[in-house]
Design a binder for this molecule. Structure first.
Ligand SMILES: *Cc1c(COP(=O)(O)O)cnc(C)c1O
Length: 383
């Protein structure tokens, strides 16, 4: 279905036929989805490998992370069911999205966030959108446990990824990728916390491969065989690769982790909520889990910003850190098409970014004089 001549009004409208909504569902949207799929130009040359790498820049969603894809569905369905309040535990981005969509819907959002360890931008968002922000003396996993317990005892709808509508919304990222590439990639790499997103992407790819093969290889009623997808083979599905931060890597340890630690706060999760489903994704897709050190994550974050102009948050960079290693080692074969999900915007976590950018080449201090500015330019021009 094309949108020519129409304003883009969010992913529910766009994928209405593949989502659990009806004509009368009151859609709560901020225009989420439709994020850019950016082909990396400079980093593959540095890797000296013949691979096509695309980043799906989810940081450009309305609240700056992919959580908006799930939240538009979760809040829409909560409102449809008559709910007046939503609740979530969050490392930051879920609370930002919940707060924004609740504001849009005119309902209350309660967000449980860990004491400290939340990026400044995310905290600012939850507060500014008007959520009731409850800081607990514990981590995400503690918050998640409490949210599950309290939802039985109070009139609130949980909007964490255990809410099935979250994954329904998030699966649309896979639809967008297939539409842009004309096929599924060979590999799809994501950072993994609760593992909801990797599960949702796999759902999206599976639904597409089940329906689009016939839909697209035959000419459809709209394009009569002239659109760019006609004749393309989209029955393929990618191998899914999930990267965790080494200090919070239950999927690598093969067991829950009680004291998760990482600079990538968005994936500082020791008890993933989609544990069984994510293992099934690996089995079905032929992919794998691996881990990245915090150092590698920060290096990857900086490389993406400085060589491609794409600023993602640390957790997001885990997908590039891991992919770089697997491309270099040949585990991801040359000739492959690879999509990396960059889950959140780098501006969410300015403290971690600034702390990495020290030294003379980054910030030069001079008197407010013409000569000094001229000299600073000459000193810093690339040879
Ligand atoms: C939520 C989040 C993740 C982890 O996604 P899961 O579905 O929990 O695996 C990764 N990166 C960012 C930026 C996030 O906000």
């Amino acid at each position: 279905m094309n949108n020519f001549g129409h304003r883009y009004t969010g992913l529910i409208e766009r994928y209405r036929d593949r989502l659990p909504v009806s004509e009368s569902t009151p859609i709560i949207s901020l225009g989420e989805g439709n994020t850019p799929l950016i082909k990396l130009h400079n980093l593959p040359k540095i890797l000296k490998k013949n691979v096509d790498i695309y980043v799906k820049y989810e940081g450009l969603n309305p609240t700056g992370s992919f959580k908006d894809r799930g939240m538009t569905m979760a809040v829409t369905k909560a409102v449809e069911a008559g709910s007046k309040a939503i609740i979530c535990a969050s490392t930051g981005n879920t609370s930002a999205a919940a707060a924004a969509y609740a504001a849009r819907a005119g309902i209350t959002a309660f967000v449980l966030i860990p004491d400290g360890k939340i990026a400044m931008g995310k905290l600012a968002q939850a507060m500014m959108y008007g959520a009731i922000t409850i800081q607990i003396k514990g981590n995400f996993d503690d918050g998640m446990r409490l949210v599950k317990e309290v939802a039985d005892k109070a009139p609130v709808t949980i909007v964490n990824s255990i809410n099935p509508y979250r994954l329904q919304g998030q699966k649309t990222a896979a639809f967008e990728i297939i539409e842009e590439l004309g096929r599924a990639p060979d590999y799809h790499c994501l950072p993994v916390g609760n593992a909801g997103n990797i599960t949702a992407h796999w759902m999206g790819y599976c639904e597409s491969s089940a329906t689009d093969v016939t839909k697209v290889t035959e000419s459809c009623a709209f394009c009569e065989g002239h659109c760019k997808y006609a004749g393309s083979i989209v029955g393929n599905r990618p191998k899914m690769i999930g990267y965790q931060a080494a200090g919070s890597a239950p999927f690598i340890r093969g067991a829950m982790v009680d004291d998760p630690e990482t600079i990538a706060t968005a994936i500082r999760i020791g008890h993933p909520q989609s544990w069984d489903r994510a293992w099934k994704v690996m089995q079905e897709s032929g992919g794998w889990f691996d881990e990245c050190s915090d150092e590698d994550i920060l290096v990857a974050q900086k490389l993406l910003a400085q060589y491609e102009g794409v600023f993602c948050e640390p957790a997001s960079a885990a997908s590039f850190a891991g992919a770089m290693r697997d491309i270099q080692s040949g585990k991801i074969a040359e000739g492959s098409t690879i999509v990396l999900t960059l889950t959140g915007n780098g501006m969410k976590d300015p403290d971690t970014a600034i702390a990495q950018c020290t030294g003379k080449s980054v910030m030069v201090q001079i008197p407010a004089e013409l000569d000094a500015v001229r000299q600073a330019i000459l000193n810093n021009l690339a040879p």
